[in-house]
Design a protein around this ligand. Structure first.
Ligand code: ACO
Length: 428
């Protein structure tokens, strides 16, 4: 019995519901028995007030701009940790000892190769296919190649498929890029770090040695950390919903990739950079700010606003700093960064953005860094998918391990015709 109760008056009758408390954050009213006791549903499109699950992975306080993974602030992880360490943390709940991390890195690096026949699958795509379209297809196809790890009731199968997904995603993403530019795909190199190996498979060619630039490797690794998990966002909820039916993990992650692709979610950094390039110079900013505020204009400031953060997205802070580091290391001087800084300053002082609590999100600066490193915009969301795979598999594992897990099945407010009789064709 929960300590606190909430009372809802329905049709003149008081109905009590338990109020559940997490370790921090808002309490939740447990309405699982609402329909049974009142015959009514709740209505919450977009889940703005609905907790869909219990989770011990990631905590966000959107008002304060706080993001914690297993309790550790994202800023500290981005500063002091590595993507592999964060992956271990998300999957296992605690930071690894040195030996545990070495073993985890060894395991991941020994799952990076793709089945040769899977590599041939790429030839079926048009050269101009978007990398996300290829990734949806190739990741979905993994279950056809690795069915020795798709028994989701077996924790060992779940572990192996999780490792396979995290390990193969860089190979899959880099191969999608190589295919689109007509260069040979490179096999993974286990002597490199997870991130160094990805950079080599993306930018290296078989004819030459590839030298990983440490600053770029660090920045890329940090970008992966910043995208590793983000609580019950749209793509993670998609993975959970797909997984709730018992679907295999490869199919679930393919569903997550499909959802992430949308411009309101993972596609936003591509859209943000395109927007910054379209704006071009700081003198054009006021025009675009006015457009963003105009209700009759569909234009939005991409990279601004967030469903949960009503404060500065803590990931955007790290991103902004990382832009400078990458620009210094690569001696890049792209005016788009100045435009971004100026746009941020103007928007943050504009009543519209202040009142609606619209701040830069993680996507506002990430595109600038990725572009400086050499990625085409079409690869941005693919990189996001690569990093978020860690969160997706961790969330999926958490869900499947939960003894109270049930299939996700929302209800609806029906507004269509009520029952009527079929009309034969000649009488319509
Ligand atoms: N530019 C201009 N106005 C905006 C913006 C924006 N970027 N974002 C929100 N608003 C306005 C809305 O028009 C709305 O105005 P209203 O109250 O007068 O109708 C108000 O602010 C609230 O916005 P909602 O769309 O209701 O907020 P919601 O939480 O549903 O949307 C979202 C969040 C989708 C992220 C939105 O802010 C947006 O479209 N941003 C641009 C896309 C983007 O950057 N997405 C990346 C999200 S982060 C990620 O996925 C990793």
């Amino acid at each position: 019995m929960a300590d606190k109760q909430a009372t809802l008056n329905v049709d003149g009758n008081d109905v009590e519901f338990p109020v559940l408390q997490g370790s921090t954050g808002p309490d939740v009213i447990d309405i699982r028995k609402l329909y049974g006791s009142t015959g009514k549903f709740t209505f919450d499109p977009g889940y703005k007030s609905t907790a869909s699950c219990e989770s011990a992975l990631t905590y966000i306080d959107g008002q304060e701009g706080v993001l914690l993974h297993r309790g550790y602030p994202i800023g500290q992880l981005a500063e002091s940790s590595s993507f592999m360490e964060v992956a271990y943390l998300l999957l296992n709940g605690e930071l690894p000892q040195e030996q545990e991390l070495n073993h985890f890195e060894y395991t991941i690096s020994h799952h990076t190769m793709l089945h040769e026949q899977l590599r041939h699958l790429y030839q079926g795509f048009r050269r101009d296919a978007h990398p996300m379209a290829i990734m949806c297809g190739v990741v979905g196809a993994l279950s056809a190649f690795y069915h020795d790890s798709t028994d989701i009731s077996d924790p060992e199968h779940r572990k192996i498929s999780s490792h396979r997904l995290i390990a193969k995603m860089p190979t899959i993403a880099a191969a999608a890029y190589k295919y689109s530019i007509g260069q040979p795909m490179l096999y993974p190199d286990n002597s490199l770090s997870y991130t160094g190996n990805f950079l080599r498979m993306t930018f290296g060619v078989p004819a030459e040695e590839y030298e990983v630039i440490p600053e770029v490797e660090k920045a890329m690794d940090r970008i992966f950390i910043l995208h590793a998990d983000h609580e019950q966002n749209a793509s993670t909820s998609t993975v959970r919903l797909a997984g709730s039916s018992g679907a295999n993990p490869f199919a679930c992650i393919a569903a997550g990739i499909a959802c992430l692709w949308g411009p309101a979610h993972g596609g936003a950094n591509e859209a943000a950079l395109n927007m910054l390039r379209e704006i071009g110079t700081p003198d054009k900013i006021p025009h675009y700010i006015e457009r963003a505020k105009d209700k009759n204009d569909p234009f939005r400031l991409m990279g601004f606003g967030h469903r949960v953060y009503k404060n500065y997205d803590p990931r955007a802070t790290v991103m902004q700093k990382t832009v400078r580091e990458v620009f210094d290391a690569l001696k890049v001087d792209d005016p788009v960064f100045e435009t971004a800084l100026r746009l941020e300053e103007i928007a943050l002082n504009d009543d519209y953005f202040v009142e609606k609590k619209l701040f830069p999100n993680v996507d506002f600066y990430s595109g600038i860094i990725l572009s400086a490193i050499g990625f085409p915009t079409t690869m941005f969301t693919a990189l996001f998918a690569l990093a978020r795979t860690v969160g997706w598999v961790a969330q999926w594992n958490e869900m499947i391990s939960d003894p109270g897990q049930v299939i996700g099945r929302p209800r609806q407010l029906y507004t269509g015709p009520t029952q009527r009789d079929y009309i034969p064709m000649d009488k319509r």
